[in-house]
Write a protein that binds this ligand. Structure first.
Ligand code: PMP
Ligand code: GLU
Length: 397
């Protein structure tokens, strides 16, 4: 029997698969060092946990409106005003099961079969698959070291066609950690206006930013950019709430209506308790958050220094998020113990078998010369992992 061709054409999430594999080996007692998961190793702050417990005791355990609680939408509007200088009404907000569902809803709401979406390479694993699930076509725009792995208008002009519907931007970026500055965003907004494109702006790492850099939402640049941008955000990364599953999206009322309607059939509302906890997350104290960011920056600095010492390896220095791309091309197309290491998937597989270090192969992000290391893990583990990678490199070549 021919099952869904669309579903058969979807690759499973490699980030989640490797993280699950590393956790499984750990639970079997294997001494694994995991650089896989893009999730903070800190626990959710106590005030947020207490808000969830209170919500349950107060009987806040029923359905809410499919697109989310009005009180939470109002809190999100206040956040957008305070952090991004963006004016939204609650009728422009949809609350979904993680930023992932926000993206899925977005593509389903805006794409018709064959519509193209511009995606910069390297890209986060789920973008192409979510676009394909919505019958769209991801169009990959290569980036380069000279441009700090960001779109250039010249490359965008080469990639745009009369089928292009939207441009996707992710700043700070997963997996490169690069950040778009105001002038670059302005150019992208002008390009979108000129070609009448929607802009999908994934800003989930907005708070995880280093070196005194500042996050700017492309939607805040001018009225035209505001109207054509769909802003995606969520609490997974900023508040160490990956397992709670809450993301939110701001868009025009027209798009919001479509997304809410889709969601009302697919999942209904996000877990009610999580919604109440998120009101506390967005309104509560920021000390835990600042401590977490400081710690990520320390780890980033350490990784830049230590990975920089490895032979024939180069890195992309991140200014945000918590990932580092490591170029391992000097270690490809070799053989080790009878095993071929021809690409990043082979490299990651042999590294896991030989030294028990889990990393994500760059192939998942469209960049096969790289592996991705997440530094959302403790300094001790980072030290141990880099020692093991160093040993591995000296063994295989
Ligand atoms: N966007 C990016 C760039 C991500 O790395 C992630 C990873 N989780 C998401 C969206 C989705 O986040 P979540 O569904 O946990 O909110
Ligand atoms: N976004 C994180 C990552 O890239 C978590 C896993 C996922 O959702 O892909 O590792």
């Amino acid at each position: 029997m021919q099952l869904s061709k669309k579903a058969e054409n979807i690759n499973p999430s490699i980030t989640l698969a490797i993280t699950a594999k590393a956790n499984e080996l750990k639970s079997q007692g294997v001494d694994i060092v995991s650089f896989g998961a893009g999730e903070p190793d800190f626990n959710t702050p106590e005030n947020i946990i207490q808000a969830a417990i209170k919500a349950m005791h107060d009987g806040k355990t029923k359905y809410t409106p499919a697109g989310g609680l009005l009180e939470l939408k109002q809190t999100i509007c206040t956040k957008f005003k305070k952090d991004n200088d963006l004016d939204y009404k609650p009728s422009q907000i949809t609350i979904s099961t993680g930023a992932k569902q926000c993206l899925a809803n977005t593509f389903m709401a805006i794409l018709n079969p064959g519509d193209e979406v511009l995606v910069s390479v390297p890209y986060w694993v789920s973008y192409p698959e979510l676009i394909k699930l919505a019958d769209g076509v991801p169009v990959f725009v290569e980036t380069s070291r000279e441009n700090n792995y960001k779109y250039t208008i010249a490359d965008l002009e080469k990639s745009v066609t009369n089928k292009t519907k939207a441009i996707l931007i992710n700043s700070p970026n997963n997996p490169t950690g690069t950040i778009y500055h105001e002038e670059e965003l302005k150019q992208i907004a002008d390009f979108a206006k000129q070609h009448n494109l929607l802009i999908v702006s994934d800003e989930i790492y907005e708070k995880l930013i280093y070196d005194g850099e500042k996050h700017i939402s492309i939607a805040s640049l001018n009225q035209d950019a505001y109207e054509r941008t769909i802003v995606i955000n969520g609490v997974s990364k900023t508040y160490a709430m990956t397992g709670w599953r809450l993301g939110y999206v701001a868009a025009s009322e027209k798009i919001t209506k479509l997304m809410t309607s889709i969601q009302s059939h697919m999942t209904s509302n996000v877990n009610t308790i999580t919604q109440y906890a998120t009101i506390e997350a967005l309104n509560g104290p920021v000390e835990d958050l600042q401590n977490m960011i400081n710690e990520f920056e320390n780890r980033r600095n350490f990784m830049v220094e230590e990975l920089g010492k490895l032979n024939e390896v180069s890195i992309i220095k991140p200014n945000g998020a918590f990932y580092m791309m490591v170029n391992i091309s000097a270690y490809l197309n070799i053989e080790f113990n009878g095993q071929k290491i021809n690409n990043s998937v082979d490299f990651a597989k042999v590294l896991l078998e030989e030294e028990k270090v889990a990393v994500i192969p760059g192939a998942g992000f469209g960049s096969d010369d790289y592996i991705r290391l997440s530094y959302a893990t403790s300094m001790d583990i980072i030290k141990k992992g880099i020692d093991r990678i160093s040993l591995f490199l000296s063994k295989i070549k």
